[in-house]
Design a protein around this ligand. Structure first.
Ligand code: JBK
Length: 233
């Protein structure tokens, strides 16, 4: 998969060199191009924002740097596929990101992420690229961030680990579909007793059916207590 990230804070994405995704990158499974939006702002101060037309607080990102940057990415990429690349803008006004969406996006050959700052991006940027190709506004949740960077990091992590070969043991991916729709059961390791707290006896029984049943019950109980909205009916 190829990804392009447009941001005014490229160093947010330095962490993509770490851990599982860093390894995926060095192995060529995931290509990441980070672009500084200010490189497409040509005044002396490399201005990317301006006051909202019609008035109001805060600043809005100007359309011209976005247009130049996105055109450049679209022109440079050899997108030989039937579909144009998907452009994603993290936004509290978007559809809520889910694991199902991560699986869907992991099938895309080329994703472009546009990180907004301030009070958002001039609406004509979304309209322009929606007319010319494919655009999605995606929200990480109902809270206020100062920009899209952290949301893009979370999306790339969720999508990247689903790419073929990224997670060494594919059973780690299968496991989550076993308990699909439920929260995870609690996990333990050695020692069997720590500060007087014992690992549940069921897990030490060696009885695989009993262990699977205990884990399912725990997942169900947790989900009922913490996230009843995940349960059907
Ligand atoms: C939020 O993706 N988001 O959820 C997001 C992106 C940019 C700003 C925000 O406040 N919530």
């Amino acid at each position: 998969m190829r990804t392009d990230i447009v941001t005014i804070f490229p160093s947010y994405f330095d962490t993509l060199e770490l851990s599982l995704l860093g390894k995926a990158k060095s192995r060529g499974l995931l290509e990441i191009h980070v672009h500084d939006l200010r490189d497409a702002a040509h005044d002396r101060h490399r201005t990317v924002d301006d006051t909202p037309t019609g008035g109001g607080a805060g600043m809005v990102m100007k359309p011209e740097p976005w247009g130049e940057m996105l055109d450049g990415i679209l022109d440079s990429a050899d997108d030989t596929d039937e579909q144009p690349p998907l452009i994603i803008f993290p936004s509290p006004a978007g559809e809520v990101f889910t694991q199902a969406m991560a699986r869907e996006l992991a099938e895309e050959p080329h994703l472009i992420f546009g990180c907004g700052r301030y009070e958002g991006i001039d609406q004509r940027v979304f309209d322009e690229y929606a007319d010319r190709g494919r655009v999605r506004l995606i929200s990480m949740g109902d809270y206020v961030l100062t920009g899209g960077e952290v949301a893009v990091l979370a999306m790339i992590e969720a999508i990247g680990r689903l790419l073929p070969g990224v997670v060494g043991n594919p059973e780690s991916l299968v496991e989550e579909s076993h308990e699909q729709g439920l929260l995870e059961y609690p996990s333990y390791t050695k020692p069997a007793k720590w500060r007087g707290r014992e690992v549940p006896a069921e897990l030490l029984s060696g009885n695989h059916a009993a262990i699977a049943q205990w884990r399912h019950e725990q997942a169900l109980e947790r989900t009922k207590r913490v996230r009843p909205d995940l349960l059907p009916g």
